[in-house]
Design a protein around this ligand. Structure first.
Ligand code: TXA
Ligand code: MG
Length: 340
């Protein structure tokens, strides 16, 4: 299949993308978080093609994207008060809400669950495209399953060229990590995946919000994931990533004592000069939003360097840093070493 390259700033290219989507095609679209691989959410055949193109397990449900708040009510069975508050405070934006699903959602979208994930993205091209297509769009991140999520159209093409109908280039994503996933189906709102809307922000609007244990810890044997996506080893570059917990001095000592061929470092801006191995920076130490924006690109460039082992600086799991930490511990398969 030939993958068309479209420019999100060109109205005629957006129309082409909308036409492909209406016909049941797959189009990678820019959002403010990461690029999504979109299909008509109400067309089960189109949605099944997403799973095939990504190599995604069928038991991992998709997020349905809307382009106007008025689309929400037809997709869910009820809108609890907490959802109304969150929609008002954080939509359009990087927040996904899990709600009881309406019957029009075909089974592959929700992987057979009774709930559905809904997000109203802030990216203007994404919203325009949803409106032009006239249907909500199911879209997971537009990467091959297991690889770091794409934050540019070039990342999308590296994984999916020839497997999808088109990619719509809207430039690099601003947030850089996937949306916050919040379940509103139980007694207490529950954070399933941290992202661009922080836990602190959610609590300021909703009061009590619990955090699913899978945000920070691996699932135990036989444990069921509240968010199926959290059970997979994710965001992995080919290298074996190991997080080192400690200050810069301890980090540099450890890395420099292990400077063999194929060893690389993932560090904060300005720290490279302390290291005797090739290093990739992912933002300033005190700026978790910059770390979020650059993390996936950094993981991809470590692959391009053919790094075999990557020692990574440990993000502080607070505010936006919680999302950065959540992605990096998955990239590391939960391997964290405390430096004494
Ligand atoms: O920022 C984002 O959320 C991006 C852009 C494209 O919008 N999308 C994205 O989709 O990250 P994906 O498929 O890579 O991640 C969706 C996550 C998965 O962890 C999935 O298991 C979870 O949301 N999810 C989807 N539906 C769910 C449901 N009904 N209940 C619990 N978790 C759900
Ligand atoms: Mg994903």
């Amino acid at each position: 299949m030939h993958t068309q390259y479209l420019d999100a700033s060109q109205p005629k290219d957006l129309e082409t993308a909308a036409r492909l989507l209406k016909k049941g095609g797959l189009v990678a679209i820019p959002t403010e978080t990461v690029y999504g691989l979109a299909a008509n959410a109400l067309d089960a055949n189109a949605v099944e093609k997403i799973f095939a193109a990504k190599g995604r397990p069928m038991d991992n449900p998709l997020i349905v994207h809307i382009g106007a708040l008025s689309q929400l009510s037809s997709l869910v069975r009820e809108i609890p008060e907490a959802a109304q508050k969150c929609a008002q405070a954080f939509w359009p934006g990087p927040l996904t809400m899990i709600l009881p699903k309406a019957d029009c959602i075909p089974p592959p979208v929700s992987a057979g669950l009774s709930t559905v994930a809904i997000r109203f993205p802030a990216n203007p091209a994404a919203c325009a495209l949803i409106r032009l297509a006239g249907v909500p769009l199911a879209a997971p991140s537009a990467n091959t399953s297991g690889r770091p999520s794409p934050t540019t159209a070039q990342h999308v093409l590296r994984d999916l060229n020839g497997k999808i109908d088109a990619v719509c280039d809207g430039g690099p994503c601003g947030v850089g990590l996937e949306s916050t996933v919040l379940s509103l189906t139980g007694q207490t709102p529950r954070l399933l995946r941290p992202g661009g809307v922080t836990l602190e922000q959610l609590r300021s609007v909703l009061g009590t919000v619990s955090m699913d244990p899978a945000v920070l810890n691996p699932l135990g044997d036989g444990e069921k994931a509240a968010s199926p996506g959290m059970k997979y080893k994710h965001y992995s570059p080919q290298a074996n990533v190991i997080i080192l917990k400690g200050d810069l001095c301890a980090f540099a000592n450890y890395v420099n004592a292990h400077c063999e061929d194929g060893v690389a470092a993932l560090c904060y801006t300005g720290e490279e000069s302390r290291l005797k191995v090739p290093a990739v920076c992912y933002g300033k130490k005190e700026d978790p939003s910059e770390q979020a924006q650059r993390l996936f690109e950094a993981l991809r460039s470590l692959d391009e360097m053919n790094a075999r082992v990557v020692y990574a600086r440990c993000p502080k799991p607070e505010g936006m840093g919680l999302a950065v930490y959540n992605r990096l511990i998955r990239a590391a398969g939960f391997e964290v070493r405390e430096l004494g």
